[in-house]
Write a protein of this length. Structure first.
Ligand SMILES: Cc1cc2nc3c(=O)[nH]c(=O)nc-3n(C[C@H](O)[C@H](O)[C@H](O)COP(=O)(O)O)c2cc1C
Length: 498
């Protein structure tokens, strides 16, 4: 399948590009079951061009992340030689920018020329390109000349066989490696029969591999049908969308497997790669098909988070274990790479600090210490602001004290922990006790003072034990105090147990 490191499209079976379906978990599952290549969902060039490439060491993936922190495309080493990046574009220059952005992480670049949906066609993308062959040529030529990996495109058929053949001949001349032909007109719906004769005429007319597509509904139901479809179209290769979406084990010559098993395997990948919960839900609903109104289907439809989806499948334990494993890896990576000395940038001081609950006595937290200290100093109460990033839903807080802001560079699994970590940074930088067990013995505070990090505070030296006792006493008095929540709020009043 690979010739001199380049992907060949002869005699292969492919997972078709599918919006919402073709994310990493489905692609890996299709590969597991025997697909040779897997297309990602169509990604629009304008959005992709704004993304930056992030190596995600926690998930062991490469992520292309939008300015709003959304992961637009996630891929991993396992699929690197098999994944085709499909883009929606109507602009050769922008197409090249995107292709170059992902070039090192994917096996080929594909341009969608078949999507009949308005959101695609109104921007001149998708099936709109079929009536603008000059634009097709410009985009494909630019890509072929500009990247070192194969370039392909996916089209729908035109009203006549002659027009279709003539378009594909023109496409072939641009230097693309293969062309996928969905055997339907752009006005035809997925339920309409596929025109195998058009695909056959194209396959005979060009020498690049033709990938036949459109056979899922009535022609390809089992693995053996894939070869029948290939023969019926005379194409080199076959691409499956719906048949794979309903049961990805269609790629397996040992299959088909019961869809319950396939859903479970899919969900494992979805957890492992932190797939968007709505995406996961959509895919599982597609797999359930007419069972979507079953008790399981109803529970799935009601689920709003990955945890709830896993619960519907009785897989909450695996979900929990995976979260813990990922958090442990995040902690290890963070603590080995981040400096634990304060770094000042403008009015923000950052330090790599992790909040460890077990390091503090019961009912004692750094936030309480910071609040007490602020009161004593007659300062305004510390103000906490928290953000959550979408790539792993981790939290980071920033605390403002005396017009200065403090945060930990390490992201935490909960908002409460993130606030505690910010409080620890503030206390450490100010050289104020934070209530940690053994702190009084470590000479930490005195050492900080010696290092001149006191920042002009008046916290008295020494007896931290007495300080803790006083705070605990205070805590006991105000046992009923409310715990405030929200993304922008004043600190918890003791007691607090994160
Ligand atoms: C849920 C879904 C999403 C799709 N998204 C895309 C897409 O992103 N890009 C594309 O070229 N075609 C897309 N298609 C079309 C399929 O790739 C394919 O051409 C069509 O479903 C016919 O193949 P089939 O008979 O095997 O389903 C999508 C189809 C489905 C069902």
């Amino acid at each position: 399948m690979m010739a001199a490191g380049r992907l060949s499209f002869r005699n292969i079976t492919a997972l078709a590009p599918m919006v919402r379906v073709g994310t990493l978990p489905m692609r890996l599952l299709a590969l597991d079951y025997g697909a040779d290549v897997v297309y990602c969902e169509e990604l629009i060039d304008i959005k992709m061009a704004q993304c930056h490439r992030v190596v995600n060491d926690v998930l062991e993936t490469v992520d292309f992340v939008a300015p709003d922190d959304r992961v637009m495309f996630r891929t991993c080493e396992r699929e690197k030689d098999r994944v085709i990046f499909q883009m929606g574009t109507a602009d050769p220059d922008r197409a090249l920018v995107v292709a170059r952005l992902v070039e090192k992480d994917v096996a080929a670049i594909d341009v969608n020329m078949g999507c009949p949906k308005e959101y695609s066609t109104k921007g001149g993308m998708g099936a709109a390109l079929l009536s603008d062959p000059d634009k097709i040529e410009a985009i494909l030529k630019k890509l072929v000349a500009g990247v070192s990996i194969p370039v392909t495109c996916k089209i729908r058929i035109l009203p006549t066989v002659e027009e279709t053949v003539s378009l594909v001949r023109r496409i072939e001349k641009t230097g693309v490696t293969a062309v996928a032909v969905h055997g339907r007109l752009k006005e035809e719906r997925p339920r309409h029969p596929v025109h195998c004769d058009y695909i056959q005429a194209v396959a005979q007319a060009v020498s690049i591999p033709v990938i036949a597509n459109g056979g899922s509904l009535d022609l390809v139901k089992t693995n053996a049908d894939i070869e029948e479809f290939r023969k019926a179209t005379g194409a080199s290769s076959v691409m499956l969308a719906r048949a794979a979406m309903w049961n990805a084990s269609v790629f397996s010559n040992q299959g088909p497997l019961p869809v319950e098993r396939v859903m479970e395997e899919y969900l494992k990948y979805a957890i492992q790669y932190d797939n968007n919960a709505f995406n996961t839900k959509y895919c599982l609903c597609q797999m359930l098909r007419d069972k979507v109104e079953s008790p399981l289907g109803k529970q799935l439809q009601a689920a709003q988070t990955s945890a709830e989806i896993c619960k519907a499948y009785g897989m909450q334990e695996l979900f929990q274990q995976t979260q813990e494993r990922l958090q442990a890896r995040r902690d290890t990576l963070q603590s080995s790479t981040e400096p634990d000395r304060p770094v000042v940038d403008g009015d923000v001081t950052t330090m790599a600090v992790k909040f460890e609950r077990r390091e503090y006595p019961p009912r004692v937290t750094p936030k309480m210490f910071l609040l007490e200290w602020s009161r004593k100093e007659k300062l305004e109460q510390p103000l906490y602001e928290t953000v959550q990033r979408s790539q792993d839903r981790a939290f980071q807080s920033i605390v403002t004290v005396a017009q200065k802001r403090y945060r930990s560079s390490l992201w935490e699994k909960s908002k409460k922990f993130a606030e505690q970590a910010a409080a620890v940074v503030c206390l450490r930088v100010l050289g104020v006790p934070e209530g940690r067990i053994g702190e009084e013995d470590s000479g930490l505070v005195c050492k900080r003072k010696r290092e001149g990090k006191m920042n002009g505070t008046t916290e008295e030296e020494g007896n931290i034990k007495r300080h803790i006792a006083a705070i605990q006493q205070e805590t006991d008095k105000s046992e009923a105090a409310a715990v405030v929540s929200g993304d922008h709020h004043r600190p918890d009043t003791p007691p607090e147990q994160p």
